[in-house]
Design a protein around this ligand. Structure first.
Ligand code: ADP
Ligand code: MG
Length: 478
């Protein structure tokens, strides 16, 4: 049978699938389209330059082997990269790039030492060593890639970071700008990149600095008339990481000096890694010329981690701290704190601290009490009515159903759950709760609470529903 590009690629995919993780397969191979087979050259279309670089860096050996297996020794791979047309809305065009195995690429960028003594420049930012300039990278050793849990929320940023760590200054992600609201892992990720670069390229000068510290140093240098030293210092960094760029907004002089440093580093193929709490386009008060430079590289955002990722983050954390915690407590924390990883870790830490201080063992109840202290925000009272409303919404039932005497299964269960929450979250008496839930007596309410408790112990799914409901009900509680 004659080989076509699609049959060849189909066979390749079969082999590749067995050799990479399902997630990697989905991310990096499913989006590829084979488009041509000519003279033993298979052309595949990839969605972006980033994609191409990533494949070349991580999967080239696998790709070549697979291709050789399918097409024999003389086979070649060529990429076609989809590009957005910049000025008008024409159809995307593509550029052709032959595969070149860059895995042995040595890093050509200029490296230190800078002979400070010999240059005659007095530089307060430099600690002169014998030969080499020693700069403390200011990296937090626990913020590694290894400790940074991968999820859908961070896949692009993480992979781009990884690519940059492999070839600082040598990818098209320069600058690499990572943005997200607070507490979602920007600082962690950029440290991870910095640490990885230090490990791979010990001779490279990596520096992490917050934009506030950068600003302060600059202001000081103006005061001390050492502006040149300031600029010189930053211009000799190989990998400059500036965190929380948003603090530059409105600070024209700082932006100006940063602009010059940026240009110098970029022109000499040094790597810039930046973070911001908003996408560049929303950084009001940031000079246009800087914003347009950010577009030269890659901007990637970090999203809110989904439940599984949040659980994995907590597990990683307690594991590295050598602590044991019941899975249902971990789950409960992950269910309850949904939008901010830092806050979620804060809850974990305070639970651990409370338990140690009070010499109590950590129970689900203790966890709940503390979480309620944490997650509450505005003045709000949970009432039986409110509970009924949330529970009925959740189960897609009309509120009247709970108040009726219906014995339908789903209504009975919703009613029981509403009673359970009314008992645990309000100060109403059993009798009053029963009264509002279809005119039941206090014994029925008690029985309902027991039923819900029992089911929570035995039925994981049910427990998950109840946790979720509890989070919804207590969301606004103060
Ligand atoms: P940001 O800089 O975006 O405000 P941080 O990097 O300070 O956020 O992250 C807040 C906390 O959450 C840190 O302790 C960090 O280790 C943790 N964290 C965030 N995302 C992850 C993740 N994907 N895996 C592990 N820890 C994470
Ligand atoms: Mg941060």
């Amino acid at each position: 049978m004659e080989k076509t590009f699609s049959s060849v690629w189909k066979n390749c995919l079969k082999i590749i699938k067995d050799n990479v993780s399902p997630q990697s397969f989905k991310t990096w191979f499913e989006p590829i389209q084979p488009i041509k087979l000519d003279d033993n050259i298979l052309t595949i279309e990839v969605p972006s330059e980033f994609f191409y670089e990533f494949l070349e860096q991580h999967y080239i050996t696998l790709l070549k082997k697979t291709l050789r297996h399918e097409l024999g020794a003389g086979s070649k791979l060529e990429y076609s990269i989809l590009m957005e047309h910049q000025t008008n809305n024409d159809k995307p065009y593509s550029v052709k790039v032959p595969s070149k195995n860059k895995s042995n690429l040595s890093n050509p960028s200029v490296s230190l030492p800078v002979n400070v003594g010999g240059s005659g420049i007095k530089n307060p930012f430099i600690i002169p060593g014998l030969q080499k300039v020693t700069i403390d990278s200011q990296l937090n050793p626990s913020y590694t890639f290894e400790n940074f849990i991968e999820g859908d929320c961070n896949r692009l940023a993480r992979s781009a970071g990884f690519a940059v760590a492999n070839r600082p200054g040598g990818t098209s992600f320069n600058p690499l700008l990572i943005y997200s609201p607070t507490g979602l892992g920007k600082t962690h990720l950029v440290h991870a990149i910095g640490i990885d670069i230090k490990n791979r390229f010990p001779n490279k000068t990596v520096l992490y600095v917050t934009s506030e510290k950068f600003t302060q140093q600059f202001v000081d240098s103006v005061k001390n008339n050492s502006q040149n030293d300031f600029v010189n210092f930053y211009q000799m960094i190989d990998v400059l990481i500036i965190d929380d760029l948003q603090f530059f907004t409105g600070k024209e002089k700082t932006q100006d000096v940063f602009f010059h440093i940026f240009n110098h580093l970029h022109q000499t193929n040094k790597q810039l890694i930046l973070t911001s709490d908003k996408p560049p386009i929303d950084l009001q008060g940031m000079e246009q010329r800087l914003l347009s430079r950010f577009k030269w590289g890659l901007s990637a955002d970090l999203g809110v981690p989904d439940l599984e990722t949040r659980i994995a983050i907590l597990n990683k954390k307690i594991y590295s701290d050598g602590i044991e915690l019941a899975p249902e407590i971990i789950e409960y924390i992950a269910y309850s704190v949904t939008t901010n990883v830092r806050e979620m870790e804060g809850v974990l830490v305070s639970i651990l601290a409370q338990a140690t201080l009070n010499k109590k063992s950590i129970t689900l109840d203790l966890a709940k009490q503390l979480i309620h202290k944490f997650v509450k925000s505005i003045d709000f009272e949970v009432t039986v009515d409110y509970i009924q409303k949330v529970v009925c919404d959740y189960f897609h039932l009309p509120v009247e159903a709970i108040k009726s005497s219906s014995r339908k299964r789903e209504v009975v269960q919703a009613r029981q759950i509403a009673m359970y929450f009314s008992k645990s979250l309000t100060k109403y008496s059993l009798a009053a709760i029963g009264q509002q839930c279809g005119g039941k007596d206090h014994a029925t309410v008690l029985h309902s609470c027991r039923t819900v408790n029992n089911l929570m112990e035995t039925d994981k799914r049910f427990r998950a529903n109840v946790y979720e409901l509890e989070r919804m009900i207590t969301f606004f509680e103060s």
